[in-house]
Design a binder for this molecule. Sequence first.
Ligand SMILES: Cc1cc2nc3c(=O)[nH]c(=O)nc-3n(C[C@H](O)[C@H](O)[C@H](O)COP(=O)(O)OP(=O)(O)OC[C@H]3O[C@@H](n4cnc5c(N)ncnc54)[C@H](O)[C@@H]3O)c2cc1C
Length: 295
Amino acid sequence: MILPKFDYHEPTTLEEALRLLSELGGNARILAGGTDLLVRMKLKVEKPSHLISLRKIPGLDTIIPRENHGVTVGPFVTAADLSKNELISDRFAPVALAAGRLGAPGVRNRATLGGNIVNARPAADLPPALMVLDAVLKLKSASSEREILVGDFFVGPGESVIEPNELLVSVFMERPAPWSGGAYIKLGARKTLEISMVNVAVMLALQEPEGPIVDVKIALGAVAPTPVRALAAEEFLIGRQPSEQVFLEAGAIGVGMCQPITDHRGTMEYRCLMIETLTSRALNQAYQRAIAWKP
Ligand SMILES: Cc1cc2nc3c(=O)[nH]c(=O)nc-3n(C[C@H](O)[C@H](O)[C@H](O)COP(=O)(O)OP(=O)(O)OC[C@H]3O[C@@H](n4cnc5c(N)ncnc54)[C@H](O)[C@@H]3O)c2cc1C
């Protein structure tokens, strides 16, 4: 399969990229790692006449810690770099774990955070992980700038609120509270190079090591047209003392949030069973990390 013809642009500043996006409008696409876009172009699903590469724009591939506050991650940071970064692994574990499960090493070396968010696939690995950390996306055009919670970004399969003239320029995550821990579990038909049949991300905070759950977020991928939060399960868990039984009950409640489909990867019934099991497993893992929390 060969790529259709297109003009290639390699801006060296963000301003130049935004100007190009605004001038070329719907005929242009941002090119990050190309692991999604170039495949879609080869399949003739997308036929942009201009590609605007992010490769030469400085600063988009950085992970910047914010003193006592959180971290800002550039959209051009690859899944491989996210999975290996110490700060992300220590404090934002669901993101590092999800990045480490995306595709295979060759894909992870090219696939970017921004591309994984903007392509808005229901089974993508990073969106549920970002949702449990309440990540804030900064979208910029030549004339405006806005911030949006990642949970409000997705509209449907392949659809989001980003405008054709906007670029995702950064992702900010607030540092989680003390005594918190996270987890990410992906179920595919194989262990590597497989799109999720179901994925679950959890972030859980305790009042103190022996204390009740004071905050919890559960996000599920590949179970609905967009990734979803299991709000009823979260509500059930707040104020409860963690235990295997409580996590099992939360898993059963979590199934209520899903509208899984039957496809070649798995039946609706199997997906529902897996949501229940993986949610309680992810809660357990997040709890183990929360009690092992270090300042
Ligand atoms: C073999 C293979 C295996 C894969 N396995 C997985 C997997 O296990 N899990 C998974 O989640 N995905 C998987 N993918 C899909 C893909 O690799 C990921 O979604 C990846 O993160 C996309 O990032 P990218 O940088 O390659 O995006 P690109 O292909 O460059 O771009 C994707 C889309 O996002 C837009 N875009 C990119 N960056 C920005 C930005 N900063 N602002 C605005 N728009 C932007 C592009 O215009 C395009 O529409 C796989 C793909 C392949 C080919």
